[in-house]
Write a protein that binds this ligand. Structure first.
Ligand SMILES: [Fe+2]
Ligand SMILES: [Fe+2]
Length: 472
């Protein structure tokens, strides 16, 4: 007689147990990609997926899974599948694939014959051919090193640009407070970013460093938005020129300009205001003020639209949606801005709140797909931002700690290039191992780590470590 099912954590699995379902998965399954879907279909034929659709749990066959579905777990795993019976090999497999807890039963003996797991899935799924030419003695190609160089070697310049831009945004707000609006200083900051191509490195810094509620937020949001918009345009086969890049940056820098008309005490307060308070009204009005200010400055209508409608939600009945506006008035760039605005607020550290690692932020955004955010635009955004944005601190399967230094390929989002900064014994290394995870079979990412918590609550330590990574 079988015992009733119970749920156990991976550490508590025992050899006599049979796994009927996987009830908790790490965040890499929060947004499914084609590679993961192929893997699930191959290893768990006949199992049923538990998906999160707009906050509701629904069951779906693996055949019907689609990229960007949000997988919460697997159920009805046929007991004769090798993966369902606990062995030392399956334990390794569960660990390598980020399966965290399980629905198990203890069967009467004898156990059903277990099918062997596909060898290449232990411990990690195989990388895709063809292999690019690796640098001699390295686990990374020259092309990938070149890509990483654009970030690592630019990080100092980019940080200066970020500081300068933040000051310029603040100055623009201050001038606005005395009734003199001018985009001149911001435009000079934008020229610096453009001429030095600092955006990719600035995007990495946005995750590495904290941001205040207003000024650095505008800067970080701009560069994330610009990088995303460019990728979306590229994917749609549309032309990208400097004019478009500049224009997206301007829209990001200016999106909260209306906050200059909100009293400073309200803007900088760390207290949450009551929904019907005067302060809340003042805060919300920044969108209307912003649209008016930008229109008076003669800004392009898309820039005005971003400032006016970046808090409008698909579901206008939500309290977080303002001002009252039909969603078809919200332009695509504004829809992207509303996603990036929330994402940046979640990952950017503020004095009074803990930040979220990108994976958790992505999970949160997915819950709002279709209610707050345009599903198509959210898919675009998630595809671009990936599971491991550049600058993420990750733990590898061999126990080492590494920073993500290039964006993972779109078809293989779990395999970015990483630079190891700490060995498995927890010692900082000076000879940084650079590994393209798409090209190696023996190492994979097991966890995203909050770099701020990990490095003694000092964001400078993480930033300095990141920029110290030496490339071959
Ligand atoms: Fe805003
Ligand atoms: Fe904002």
């Amino acid at each position: 007689m079988s015992q009733p099912h119970q749920t156990v954590k991976r550490e508590h699995l025992k050899p006599e147990m049979l796994v009927f379902g996987i009830s908790e998965l790490d965040f890499t399954y929060a947004t499914l990609d084609p590679e993961t879907i192929r893997f699930l279909r191959r290893v768990f034929p006949g199992a049923v997926a538990v998906l999160d659709k707009d906050g509701h749990e629904i069951l779906e066959t693996l055949e019907n899974l689609k990229p960007f579905d949000h997988l919460k777990g697997l159920t009805e795993i046929p007991p004769n599948l090798g993966a369902s019976r606990v062995t030392p090999q399956t334990l390794l497999f569960y660990k390598a694939h980020g399966f965290l807890s399980f629905r198990v039963g203890i069967p009467g003996r004898p156990l059903p014959p277990a099918l062997p797991l596909p060898k290449e899935d232990i411990p990690a799924a195989p990388a895709q051919p063809p292999k690019p030419q690796m640098l001699p003695g390295q686990r990374v190609s020259a092309a990938k090193v070149q890509e990483a160089r654009k970030v690592i070697e630019k990080v100092d310049t980019a940080n200066t640009h970020r500081q300068k831009s933040t000051m310029m945004v603040e100055e623009m707000f201050d001038m606005g407070r005395s009734g003199k609006y001018s985009a001149q200083s911001v435009e000079s900051a934008i020229e610096d970013i453009m001429s030095q191509q600092s955006s990719p490195a600035m995007k990495a810094i946005a995750g590495l460093k904290g941001s205040d509620q207003t000024y650095a937020h505008c800067v970080d949001m701009s560069v994330i938005m610009q990088e995303c918009y460019m990728d979306i345009q590229r994917a749609a086969g549309k032309p990208i020129n400097d004019e478009t890049k500049r224009f997206v940056l301007v829209a990001g820098f200016m999106h909260d300009i209306g906050k200059s008309e909100v009293p400073k005490e309200v803007l900088e307060s760390t207290v949450r205001f009551a929904p019907d308070s005067r302060e809340m009204m003042q805060l919300r009005n920044h969108t209307v003020y912003g649209a008016r200010i930008l229109a008076e400055m003669g800004m392009n209508k898309t820039v005005v639209n971003v400032a006016h409608y970046h808090h409008v939600k698909m579901d206008a009945t939500m309290f977080t949606s303002y001002p009252a506006t039909p969603y078809d008035q919200v332009l695509p760039l504004t829809r992207l801005a509303s996603i990036v605005d929330v994402y940046q607020a979640l990952i950017g550290r503020r004095k009074y709140k803990k930040n979220w690692v990108p994976g958790k932020a992505v999970e949160y955004l997915l819950k709002l797909k279709g209610s707050e955010f345009d599903p198509k635009m959210l898919d675009n955004f998630l595809r671009v931002i990936g599971l491991y944005p550049v600058g993420s601190l990750v733990k590898l399967s061999d126990g080492a700690m590494a920073f993500v230094i290039t964006q993972a390929p779109l078809d293989s989002p779990k395999h970015p290039v990483v630079g190891v900064v700490e060995n498995a014994k927890g010692e900082l290394v000076t000879n940084h191992d650079i590994i393209d995870l798409a090209q190696v079979q023996d190492v994979s990412i097991v966890e995203v780590v909050d770099h701020f918590e990990y490095y003694n609550k000092s964001e400078d330590q993480a930033f300095n470590l990141f920029k110290s990574i030496k490339l071959p």
